[in-house]
Design a protein around this ligand. Structure first.
Ligand code: FES
Length: 285
């Protein structure tokens, strides 16, 4: 049953209002987000935006579109010329863009466009790309090894079996630079190929950040030359490039190349040559 023209105009205005409400809420959402965001207000605005669209669609469908019931006889399958003519006229008439349809179509476009713009805006939250920052720590060529108290480590400071946490000088406490320094008997191991000069006088330095989930690997067992991670019990073999020999870690702890300076202090030859810490972000690369 078709509604009187006056009712239809009222509903068209109401539907346009619902789409306008949706558009205004989407614009408000964009503004609130740009000003720093506020979860409750953003949630309310998303609700108003989607709710306005939903309300407009429901009213459009229930009040302005033909309501039926529609009955179509199956037989005969071919239409009589008069029926075809009537259909063509109906189709042509309904396909014509009336002012009301144009108005509602534009309001719908505004509402959907505003919502799409508000949805695209949070891409900014992804922030800048990490670039090479994940591959760098505070260690540099010639950096002195210093303890947590800031004192340098001289070549005679640690006995065989000794262990201490060290940082690059001037970067004490920097999380990604924490390194565990172990001294082993130089006769008890063979450096890995390419690392022959990295462990002067039995000093081996490895990133202290577990390659499984980032806990500090701080427990050393001298009898087995093993480093233990207390979080999930990964075990790393100190004299075999800190390869994991037990537990969930799958990647060795990155090794810091060391040298002894002319002043007898331990120094880094360079930064770590591979990223420290868990490698979720690096998987597949
Ligand atoms: S964080 Fe070290 S084993 Fe899980």
């Amino acid at each position: 049953m078709n509604r009187p023209a006056r009712d239809q105009r009222s509903f068209a205005r109401a539907i346009g209002g619902a789409f306008a409400l949706s558009a205004a809420a989407s614009i408000g959402l964009t503004v609130v987000y740009a000003l720093g965001g506020q979860p409750q207000i953003e949630g309310a605005l998303i609700g108003a935006s989607l709710g306005g669209l939903a309300l407009g669609f429901v009213w459009w469908g229930t009040h302005l579109l033909p309501q039926g019931p529609f009955v179509e006889e199956r037989e005969p399958l071919t239409s009589a010329p008069a029926e075809r003519l009537a259909f063509t006229e109906d189709f042509t008439r309904l396909a014509q863009e009336t002012p009301r349809r144009r108005f509602l179509g534009r309001m719908l476009l505004v509402a959907v466009g505003a919502l799409a713009a508000a949805a695209v805006f949070p891409i900014r939250s992804l922030g800048p790309g990490p670039g090479r920052s994940l591959f760098r720590t505070a260690w540099r060529r010639g950096s002195k090894l210093v303890t947590e108290e800031g004192g340098p480590v001289a070549v005679g400071d640690l006995p065989v079996g000794g262990v201490v946490t060290v940082f690059a000088e001037a970067s004490v406490g920097v999380a990604d630079s924490q390194t565990i320094l172990v001294r082993v008997d130089p006769a008890s191991f063979r450096p890995l190929p390419g690392r022959e000069t990295w462990s002067p006088q039995g000093y081996l330095a490895y990133s202290k950040i577990c390659t499984h989930a980032g806990c500090p690997v701080g427990l050393y067992e001298q009898s087995t030359n093993s480093l233990f991670c207390p979080c999930h019990q990964s075990v790393f073999d100190v004299v075999d490039g800190a390869k994991p020999v037990a537990g969930p870690a799958t990647r060795p702890l990155p090794q810091l190349p060391l040298e002894v300076g002319p002043d007898g202090l331990l120094r880094a030859q360079s930064d770590f040559t591979e990223p420290v810490g868990p490698g979720y972000w690096n998987e597949g690369s």
